[in-house]
Design a protein around this ligand. Sequence first.
Ligand SMILES: NC(=O)c1ccc[n+]([C@@H]2O[C@H](COP(=O)([O-])OP(=O)(O)OC[C@H]3O[C@@H](n4cnc5c(N)ncnc54)[C@H](O)[C@@H]3O)[C@@H](O)[C@H]2O)c1
Length: 247
Amino acid sequence: MTELRGRKALITGGGKGIGRAIALRLAKGGADVALFEVDEGSAQKTAISIEEMGVKSLYLRVDVSLQEEVEKGVEEINQRWEGLDILVNNAGITRDNLIMRMTSEEWDSVLGVNLRGAFYCIKAVLKGMMRKRWGRIVNVSSVVGKMGNPGQANYVSSKAGLIGLTKAVAKEVASRRITVNAVAPGFIDTEMTKALPQKIRDLFLNQIPLGRTGRPEDVANLVFFLCTEEAGYITGQAINVDGGMLM
Ligand SMILES: NC(=O)c1ccc[n+]([C@@H]2O[C@H](COP(=O)([O-])OP(=O)(O)OC[C@H]3O[C@@H](n4cnc5c(N)ncnc54)[C@H](O)[C@@H]3O)[C@@H](O)[C@H]2O)c1
């Protein structure tokens, strides 16, 4: 079944960029899509676009770094939709600084959203997936979680941590037909990368064999596939979507 009709998905940070593209791709595949977002304006726009595709959407203002908000949000989805089949941990932030200057606040905020947030969301949805004996969890990591990047010790640690989390949980829940994978985007054109100076963009571009930066849809297509029935024999992987940047 190369489609997701009848499936219920939750995308964190689904208002903009890669998260929005994932939300729309899953909706195009027939899934009902809920969004956890802190940016209300963008989340509402995404929710409207989802409904225009003829499926249901549900926007909840949830900061994924706060366990209570995550638990309440998942409870609300469970009540309205009778459980979730798909979770995509996409919400992510950067607070770049050299390690010598990095503050504990910069460290904690990035780890809090990118890694702890994923932990809270996985914990909150797993009980329902275990009961259904079916589930798909996709964590949005990054190639820098595999290769490192100067000025991003906090971000890189969170993205490497997500790969470890993916593998540990994949082993814990495999017997329940729940797969857990990570995707590792390279340089994708979104608000997160728009802020980078042209010099840095060119530096990245020179390292991409396919000769272009990525589009959010490039990542969304892989996430969609990992959520289908056909991807049921793939688990514990961290797959790059980077135009060949990291081989
Ligand atoms: N853009 C890239 O090149 C790139 C590369 C590798 C990995 N990634 C990862 O992809 C994911 C999406 O990145 P993007 O480029 O689309 O970024 P983006 O900044 O465009 O979008 C991130 C979204 O997450 C939301 N968000 C932030 N903190 C949140 C929180 N605490 N709770 C809920 N929502 C929150 C934001 O409001 C925003 O809508 C991130 O995890 C990022 O680390 C991006």
